[in-house]
Design a binder for this molecule. Structure first.
Ligand code: IPM
Ligand code: MN
Length: 359
């Protein structure tokens, strides 16, 4: 197959982890005989430094031209402590999601058998956890109007807004995911308080009869926050609005032992983007210590979700599992005194992908 991939490494550790994903993607291409072309573009602080804008038009064009987008991370502390900064790296991410129509953020949480002891939770609680959040990504309080301040600047407001159409397309994707999995869908909301949540619940209830094989549960977001760490195995597919999903998926990502492990896909009707759940981790930038696995697993999701290449995706996840079993790991998950650098893990994975083809 001919695959055209846009590379947006972004800020902080983004470029380092992206390099490892590219090594692995190249190894997959070699093994399966795919032809890959890459186009690289700037986003976030890297783009602001170069052009003044966090998501320049050139970058948008590169994304539109590609079959899939690999995204590293964005964010730079020099913008965080300046509440009056006019442009921020994060705006680039939000603008990109909106302009590319990436309405559904697929964020899985699963555990690795060889890493159970690294989780902050008890092994018996998390062993076998396999859930996926579908976080709505282009609506809600992140984008709703009006937002801002009153004239005196003494009152600030954000608006949470959802239309039936926005809820329905995300919910339908949730039902379809459930049908391919364990057929349990949890609608996460705060319908006891919020009008938007009541519209979510109403919409999901209306759609449910069309998917009779799926069991639907409705649960308040605060209760989900609690049950996620008590008994994550209770969940299969969870659908929720933008901000709830942002918070709950960070919470869920530590179940597996490190934030550096979980990948994600942001899907729209036309465009598909793949990025690790973690951020730009500026403290580690340039040190060759960041965990590249979330980025590499995001590339695996790309093979499956953007190109329908399940075997390729599986080969990448198998290589990642093998690296963990053999203790080839960065310091966040390595055993005492036995850690590998970011690039060493990437090299090892690429070799593993190729080595299997000879077996
Ligand atoms: C994420 C991030 C972003 C979000 C930030 C950087 C705007 O936290 O992808 O989860 O809140 O969506
Ligand atoms: Mn987040």
């Amino acid at each position: 197959m001919e695959l055209k991939i846009a590379l947006l490494p972004g800020d902080g550790i983004g470029p380092e982890v992206m390099d490892q994903a590219v090594k692995v993607v190249n190894a997959v291409a070699e093994r399966f005989g795919h032809k890959i072309t890459y186009q690289e573009a700037k986003v976030g602080a890297a783009a602001i430094d170069a052009t003044g804008l966090p998501y320049p038009d050139e970058t948008h064009q590169v994304c539109l031209d590609a079959d899939a987008i690999l995204f590293g991370a964005i964010g730079d502390p020099k913008y965080d402590n300046d509440p009056k900064a006019k442009v921020r790296p994060e705006q680039g991410l939000l603008l990109m999601r909106k302009k590319l129509g990436l309405f559904s953020n697929v964020r899985p949480t699963f555990t690795f058998p060889s890493l159970l002891h690294k989780s902050p939770l008890k092994q018996e609680r998390i062993e076998g956890t396999d859930l996926v959040f579908l976080r709505e990504l282009t609506g809600g309080i992140y984008f709703g109007e009006p937002r801002g301040r009153n004239e005196q600047g003494t009152v600030a407001f954000d608006s949470c807004v959802y239309s039936v159409e926005e809820i329905e397309r995300l919910a339908r994707m949730g039902f379809e995911f459930s049908q391919k999995r364990r057929k349990l869908l949890t609608c996460v909301d705060k319908a006891n308080v919020l009008a938007t949540s009541r519209l979510w619940r109403e919409t999901v209830q209306r759609l449910a009869p069309e998917y009779p094989d799926v069991k639907v549960e409705y649960e308040f977001v605060d209760a989900v926050a609690m049950r996620l760490v008590q008994w994550p195995k209770a969940y299969d597919v969870l659908i929720t609005e933008n901000l709830f999903g942002d918070i709950l998926t960070d919470e869920a990502s530590v179940i597996s032992g490190s934030m550096g492990l979980m990948p994600s896909a942001s899907l729209g009707t036309e465009n598909k983007l793949f990025e690790p759940i973690h951020g730009s981790y500026p403290q580690a930038a340039g040190k060759n210590i960041a965990n590249p696995l979330a980025m590499v697993l995001s590339a695996a999701m790309m093979f499956e979700y953007a190109f329908g290449l399940k075997e390729e995706a599986q080969v990448v996840s198998d290589a990642v599992n093998a690296s963990l079993e053999e203790g080839v790991a960065t310091e966040d998950i390595a055993e005492e005194g036995r850690s590998y650098s970011t690039s060493a893990v990437g090299d090892w994975l690429a070799l593993k992908v190729l080595e299997k083809s000879e077996a």
